[in-house]
Design a protein around this ligand. Structure first.
Ligand SMILES: *Cc1c(COP(=O)(O)O)cnc(C)c1O
Length: 373
């Protein structure tokens, strides 16, 4: 059996007519930039999130950068974020001129809320938690810390479209929530795309202006901006996909629960833990094992594609050696980078595929123990 890590073609086959029509209608109207479908998607997304504003931008990295920048974050400021995330979370902070300050992760792979306060000082201006793999951070507690120290709170929701914490959708707890619609995300466009949501009228206006060359009206450049807009064609595709996202998230959760069931007693692997009062949308299903590399190799030989999120925690990447973090500063993140392994995960993953994966993992651990003894 051959099982890809993700399969983006299945959804296209199902939605082909609607998606092709959506793309064609943008082309027919030559409505490519700041088009009708973009405005419609922004309204639909804001409505589904029950927030006042959604502003489409070019990608999820820009979404974080623009939100931080328009909150006034600049050189001399410090922004607190988790050590294990996609590199964007850090790039966006550095782009504003601010310094990233890393906090270790907990066993749920999210920022460890018990280690945030010790990193706060007079330079700290914002908290940038990431709802990694689709599982919400302990965001109510993080919000309390932000309020206590009067810090901005920006939620990186690139992997957590419509995840909930205590019944409330993540991205709505802080000053802004940022999203990526990179093709492989739970809600993916057919190219780069992103968005920012907020209930702050002033921030929303600044964000919209900055992302569109500093102008709300053509040729009226009030501030110096950048070019970071959500493509109309991408927005048209996202308008189709928005109708299915809840269903896809539920299918992912069901798959994850099934994985947890069939993998629970195999070898020394640890299956992901789901925090009780959250709705995890399983963008990534990551197990942990000390035999990670050998297991990944074995699965590959048997037709199963896996991935690692992430092989190097951000502060230990070559690009950030100048920040001088030591493994002992961030022990969990350092340990996890050698132990985590992401198994195939997408809504349409079949039971027999998961059964085959479990069988292969079991076979791997049986061979392991027999070669050892
Ligand atoms: C994907 C991702 C981003 C960035 O998204 P792009 O659209 O690829 O720029 C940011 N943060 C996290 C956690 C992500 O997974």
């Amino acid at each position: 059996m051959n099982i890809p890590f993700v399969d983006l073609k299945i959804q296209y086959k199902v939605l082909k007519k609607d998606i092709d029509n959506a793309i064609q209608s943008v082309i027919n109207k030559a409505d490519f930039i700041n088009g009708e479908a973009t405005r419609l998607f922004e309204r639909n997304f804001a409505e589904k999130y029950d927030v006042k504003h959604c502003i489409g931008v070019a990608n999820g990295t820009d979404a974080i950068y623009i939100a931080l920048k328009m909150l006034g974050i600049e050189k001399g400021d410090e922004v607190i974020l988790p050590a294990n995330s996609w590199v964007s979370s850090c790039e966006a902070v550095v782009q504003t001129g601010a310094t990233p300050v890393f906090v270790d992760v907990d066993k749920y792979f999210n920022i460890d809320i018990t280690k945030i306060e010790e990193k706060i000082n007079e330079k700290t201006i914002a908290l940038l938690p990431v709802h990694l793999f689709g599982q919400p951070c302990k965001i109510s507690e993080i919000k309390e810390i932000a309020d206590k120290y009067n810090l901005y709170l920006i939620e990186d929701c690139a992997q957590a479209h419509f995840s909930k914490y205590d019944g409330q959708k993540v991205g709505t707890f802080g000053d802004a929530g940022t999203f990526s619609f990179y093709p492989g995300k739970n809600m993916g466009a057919y190219g780069d795309a992103g968005a920012i949501i907020t209930n702050d009228d002033d921030l929303a206006e600044k964000v919209r202006m900055f992302a569109n060359h500093g102008a709300l009206v053509k040729h009226k450049h009030k501030i110096e901006g950048i070019n970071s807009r959500l493509d109309t064609i991408q927005a048209a595709i996202l308008n189709v996909k928005l109708k299915y996202i809840d269903q896809w998230n539920e299918m992912r959760l069901r798959n994850a629960q099934y994985y947890n069931e069939i993998l629970k007693d195999i070898g020394n692997i640890k299956t992901p833990e789901i925090i009780e009062n959250t709705t995890h949308i399983f963008h990534v299903y990551a197990i942990r094992t000390e035999h990670r590399d050998a297991l990944a190799e074995f699965l590959k030989e048997n037709g199963i594609q896996t991935a690692i999120h992430y092989p190097t925690a951000i502060p230990f990447m070559e690009a950030y050696t100048h920040l001088n973090y030591k493994p002992s500063d961030l022990p969990m993140s350092y340990k996890f980078q050698d132990e985590i392994l992401s198994l195939p995960m997408y809504p349409e993953l079949k039971l027999e595929m998961m059964n085959y994966i479990a069988t292969m993992i079991k076979t791997f651990f049986e061979t392991q123990s027999s070669t050892k003894s």
